[in-house]
Design a protein around this ligand. Structure first.
Ligand SMILES: [Fe+2]
Length: 501
C-alpha cells in the first residue's frame, strides 16, 4: 500500500460492483476513496467534503454525469471531472467538454489506465491551481499598483495645490502676482508659453502684462484671438482646447490651449493663457483645474494685499508696472511720465500746493498717460502725421486712463486730474472741453509740464524742438492752451534753472 497519497477521489456510478472494485484498488494505492451512486449523492458529498478529483458515469438515475459535471464546473472549477462511459459518441464528447470534463475513460477500462488517468488529471489540477493563484497574485499586484498610482496622483495633486497656495500667500506685492501666475502656469502645465492679459472694458482689448518665458513683446494682432479672450473673460468660464483642430480665434501653431479668467471682486480683471506650440504635451481638464485654482488664489492674494497691506503702494506698483509695459512699446512714456511728475511737483511747490496736492500730482503725473495702453501700436507709434480718425483715438486716452483707475476704486482725486490733462484753458481741449478755472488746477499744471516735456523729446513723428522755440510756444499758448499764471511760474522756474530736463 502506498500511503504517500492522500488525495480524495470521488467515484460516481450506479453499478455497485464497479464501485467496490475501484474502492479496493485505489485505497490500496493510498488514495482516499469516496463513492456515490448517482449525481445527487455526489453533490451532497461535494457540499461537505473537499474532493480532489471526480470520476463519473454518465447514465445514472436522479442526476446524470453531465449534470454533475456542470454542477462541479459552477461550484469549483478546480476539481477535474473524468467521464466514464460505455459509448463515447462525438455528441457526448462535445457536451461533456462543454460542461467541464477534462478526460474520458471508455468502459470497460482496466484499473491501471484509470490510475494513470488519475495521476495525469491531478497533475493538471495542481498546475491549474497554481495558475489561478498566480493570476490572483498578478491581479492583486495590478490592483495594488493602481491604488498606489491613484494615491500618488492624489499626493501630487495636493502637492501642486499646496504649492500654488503657498506661492501666492508669500507674495508681498500685487505687481508680482502676474509674473508668479505665468511662471507657475508654465511650470505646472508644461506649456511652451503662458501670458497674462488684463482685460478691462476701458482698455478695449487684451493687454499683455506678464509672460513666461519672457515675451518678445509682440502685440497680438489677431482680432479673432482678442475677441476669444474677451469672450472668455466676459463669460468667466475656463476654456480648454486640448487638441486644436482649427478652433476659431486660435492660430494653427497653438496645438493645445487653455485660458482661465481672473475675477476680482466679482469683476473680470483679465485672463491667464497657456499654450503648446510643439512636442507631445496636451492640456487636460486637470491642467485647466490647476490654472483655475491659480487664478482664484491670485485673485485672493490681490484682494488680501489690497485689504490688509499697503493698498496704495501695491496698486500703484501694479499700475506703474503697466506704464513700464507701455514703455516697452513706446519708450517715451515711462521716462516722460517721470519727468512730467518732477516738473509738475516743482511748479506745484512754487505755487504753494499742500503736501496732499503734491502727493496727488505725484500719482497723477506718473499715471497720466496710462490710458495709452488702450491705443493700438500702429497709431501710438505712427511716424508722421495722424489722420483725424487716428487722432480721435489718441484723444480717448485721458478718459481710458481715468476709467482704468476708477475701476480699481482708489484715488478718486487723481482720476479727475488724469482725465483733464488735455483740457485747454480756452475750452478747446478734450475730452470735455471745459475751460479756465473749471479745469482742476493740478491738471493745468500737468498740462504745461506735459507739453514742455513732449516738445523737448524726440517723438516717432518729429524730432525734439529747440529750447527757445519751446519757451516761445508756451508763452504764445498762455491764455489759450495754458493757464497764463502757470506758464508764468514755469518760465520763472525755468530761468532759475529749476526745471531740469
Ligand atoms: Fe497725455
Amino acid at each position: 500500500m502506498n500511503s504517500g497519497k492522500k488525495e480524495k477521489i470521488l467515484f460516481v456510478d450506479d453499478e455497485e460492483n464497479i464501485l467496490e472494485v475501484i474502492r479496493e484498488y485505489f485505497e490500496f494505492k493510498g488514495y482516499i476513496v469516496v463513492t456515490a451512486r448517482n449525481g445527487r449523492e455526489a453533490v451532497k458529498i461535494l457540499e461537505n467534503e473537499k474532493i480532489d478529483c471526480c470520476f463519473t458515469d454518465i447514465n445514472m438515475p436522479e442526476m446524470d454525469g453531465i449534470q454533475l459535471s456542470e454542477y462541479i464546473l459552477k461550484t469549483d472549477n478546480t476539481i477535474p471531472v473524468v467521464i466514464m462511459t460505455g459509448k463515447p459518441t462525438i455528441d457526448y464528447t462535445i457536451k461533456t467538454i462543454k460542461y467541464g470534463a477534462v478526460d474520458f475513460l471508455v468502459k470497460p477500462f482496466n484499473l491501471n489506465d484509470m490510475e494513470l488517468c488519475i495521476e495525469r488529471v491531478l497533475n493538471q489540477r495542481e498546475l491549474l491551481i497554481e495558475n489561478i493563484l498566480l493570476k490572483k497574485e498578478v491581479e492583486g499586484k495590478k490592483r495594488l499598483e493602481e491604488l498606489t498610482k491613484q494615491l500618488q496622483n492624489k499626493v501630487d495633486d495636493l502637492r501642486i495645490l499646496n504649492k500654488i497656495i503657498s506661492e501666492f500667500a508669500e507674495i508681498g506685492s500685487t505687481k508680482d502676482v502676474f509674473k508668479r501666475l505665468v511662471d507657475m502656469a508654465t511650470e505646472i502645465s508644461l506649456a511652451d508659453m503662458s501670458i497674462f492679459y488684463v482685460i478691462n472694458e476701458s482698455v478695449g482689448k487684451p493687454f499683455e502684462t506678464a509672460a513666461c518665458p519672457k515675451s518678445s513683446g509682440a502685440e497680438i494682432d489677431q482680432t479673432s484671438f482678442e475677441r476669444l479672450l474677451m469672450n472668455i473673460s466676459a463669460d468667466s468660464i475656463p476654456f480648454l482646447v486640448s487638441e486644436n483642430m482649427g478652433v476659431e480665434g486660435l492660430s494653427g501653431d497653438m496645438l493645445s490651449f487653455m485660458c482661465v479668467p481672473l475675477v476680482i471682486r466679482e469683476k473680470a480683471f483679465g485672463v491667464l493663457t497657456a499654450y503648446v506650440t510643439c512636442g507631445e504635451v496636451r492640456f487636460s481638464e486637470k491642467d485647466l483645474y490647476y490654472l483655475s485654482f491659480m487664478t482664484q488664489n491670485a485673485a485672493q492674494a490681490i484682494e488680501n494685499l489690497a485689504l490688509y497691506e499697503n493698498i496704495y503702494e501695491n496698486l500703484f506698483a501694479t499700475l506703474y508696472g503697466f506704464v513700464s509695459v507701455l514703455d516697452a512699446r513706446d519708450s517715451y512714456t515711462q521716462l516722460h511720465s517721470n519727468r512730467v511728475t518732477d516738473i509738475s511737483t516743482t511748479i506745484g511747490t512754487e505755487l504753494g500746493c499742500t503736501s496732499e496736492e503734491l502727493d496727488i500730482l505725484n500719482v497723477a503725473g506718473r499715471l497720466h498717460d496710462i490710458g495709452k495702453i488702450g491705443v493700438r501700436d500702429e497709431i501710438l507709434l505712427k511716424p508722421g502725421k495722424l489722420t483725424n480718425e487716428e487722432f480721435e483715438k489718441i484723444k480717448e486716452h485721458p478718459l481710458i486712463g481715468a476709467n482704468i483707475i476708477k475701476n480699481l476704486g482708489f484715488w478718486d482725486r487723481e482720476i479727475n486730474i488724469i482725465k483733464c490733462h488735455h483740457e485747454r484753458f480756452d475750452g478747446n481741449g478734450y475730452p470735455d472741453g471745459i475751460k479756465g478755472k473749471d479745469i482742476p488746477m493740478l491738471s493745468r499744471i500737468l498740462s504745461v509740464a506735459d507739453v514742455y516735456d513732449a516738445l523737448a523729446s524726440d517723438r516717432p513723428y518729429r524730432t525734439r524742438m529747440d529750447e527757445k522755440s519751446i519757451l516761445k510756444y508756451l508763452q504764445e499758448g498762455a491764455g489759450t492752451q495754458f493757464d497764463p499764471e502757470i506758464v508764468e511760474v514755469f518760465l520763472k522756474l525755468y530761468n532759475q534753472g529749476k526745471i531740469i530736463k
